[in-house]
Design a protein around this ligand. Structure first.
Ligand SMILES: C[S@@+](CC[C@H](N)C(=O)[O-])C[C@H]1O[C@@H](n2cnc3c(N)ncnc32)[C@H](O)[C@@H]1O
Length: 299
C-alpha cells in the first residue's frame, strides 16, 4: 500500500506537468497559426447588404444602361447589379469586392445567368481599383465612404460617366437627379468636365471676349468680359462636357439676356449664343483656354 501510494502520487504529478506543457505548447501553436478563416477575414468599409432586385433594376434605368456601357459595381456583393446589366441590357460589367466569399458567389451567379462572357469579378479593394474605363459606376456604400471615394471618382472617371449611389449622397456634390424606389433614395450624378480657367474668343464685330470660370462640381461661377465691360454669369452649369450659362448685358439701349450653350473638346468649347427673349440671333462661339489657368476640381 505504502509502496503503491508514492509512485501513484509521483505519476499524478508527472501527468499534471506533461499535460500542462502540452496545453501550453498547443496554445502557443494556435496563436502562431490562427485558424485559416479568421486570418482571411477582410476588413470591410461597409458590411454586406444586397440591393433588392427592384432597386437594382431602377438603378439601371436611372443610369440609362445600354449594351454600349461598361458598368462597375464597387463593392459588388454577390454581383447582382452587373449580372442584371449584362442579362437585361447586354452591358459589360466589372464587379470588385474585398470579401473572397462574395467574389466566389458572383462568379457562380454569373455562370448560372449565362453572362460569363460579359462580366468579370475581382477580389480587390475598391479604393485601389482602376475605374478609368467605366461608363457607369454603381455604389451601395456608406455616406462617409462615398466622401472618401469622391476625389477618385472625379479624378479618374471620364466626363459624362454616370454614377448611381443607392441610399447615400456625395456630401456637397449635389445629385443631378433623385429617385425614390421601395422607400430608398437613388442618387444620380454625371461626372463633370473641368471647365475652370480663362477662355478667349472674338465677337463677330471683332471685340475680344474673355470668360473666367470657377467650378464646384457641376456648378459654374465667373464673369464674361467683352471689350471693356465685364458681366457676371448666371445659372452656370455643366452636364458632363456640356456647358450652359446666361449673361445679362445691354444691347441697343436695352438689357438683354443671352444664353450660352457649348460643348468641350480638349481646351476648346464650341456652341451657340441665343438672345432669350426674341429667340433670334443665334451666333456661334468657339473659345479656347489657356491650359495653365486650369484648377483641379477633384478635392
Ligand atoms: C452594402 S454591400 C452592396 C453589395 C452590392 N453592391 C449590392 O448593391 O447588392 C457593400 C459591399 O461592399 C463590400 N466592401 C466593403 N468594403 C470594401 C472595400 N474597401 N473594397 C471592396 N469592397 C468592399 C462588402 O464586402 C459588400 O459586399
Amino acid at each position: 500500500m505504502i509502496l503503491d501510494g508514492a509512485p501513484q502520487k509521483r505519476g499524478n504529478f508527472l501527468n499534471l506537468v506533461v499535460g500542462l506543457g502540452v496545453s501550453l505548447l498547443l496554445a502557443a501553436c494556435s496563436l502562431a497559426n490562427p485558424p485559416k478563416d479568421s486570418a482571411k477575414k477582410p476588413e470591410l468599409d461597409v458590411p454586406y447588404e444586397p440591393t433588392s432586385h427592384g432597386i437594382a433594376k431602377e438603378m439601371l434605368n436611372l443610369a440609362g444602361v445600354t449594351s454600349q456601357d461598361l458598368v462597375y459595381d464597387l463593392g459588388c456583393g454577390d454581383g447582382r447589379i452587373v449580372i442584371l446589366a449584362a442579362k437585361e441590357r447586354g452591358a459589360r460589367g466589372v464587379g470588385v469586392d474585398l470579401d473572397p466569399e462574395r467574389i466566389r458567389e458572383s462568379k457562380k451567379n454569373a455562370k448560372a445567368a449565362g453572362v460569363n462572357h460579359l462580366v468579370q469579378f475581382f477580389e480587390q479593394n475598391l479604393f485601389e481599383t482602376d475605374i478609368r474605363q467605366a461608363t457607369v459606376v454603381m455604389l451601395y456604400l456608406y455616406p462617409e465612404v462615398n466622401l472618401r471615394l469622391r476625389p477618385k471618382l472625379l479624378r479618374e472617371l471620364r466626363p459624362g460617366t454616370r454614377i448611381v449611389s443607392h441610399s447615400h449622397t456625395m456630401g456637397d456634390w449635389e445629385d443631378d437627379e433623385t429617385r425614390r424606389v421601395e422607400g430608398h433614395d437613388l442618387h444620380f450624378f454625371v461626372v463633370p468636365a473641368n471647365m475652370t480657367g480663362t477662355w478667349r474668343w472674338q465677337e463677330p464685330g471683332g471685340a475680344p471676349v474673355s470668360l473666367a470660370l470657377s467650378q464646384k462640381f457641376q456648378r459654374l461661377k465667373g464673369s464674361l468680359t467683352i471689350g471693356a465691360e465685364t458681366y457676371p454669369i448666371r445659372d452656370g452649369s455643366l452636364r458632363g462636357e456640356s456647358i450652359f450659362f446666361r449673361v445679362e448685358r445691354p444691347l441697343q439701349g436695352q438689357r438683354q439676356v443671352f444664353s450660352y450653350e457649348g460643348r468641350l473638346s480638349g481646351n476648346t468649347i464650341q456652341g451657340k449664343i441665343t438672345a432669350d427673349e426674341s429667340g433670334q440671333g443665334a451666333n456661334r462661339w468657339e473659345a479656347t483656354r489657356d491650359p495653365s489657368t486650369i484648377v483641379s476640381i477633384a478635392e
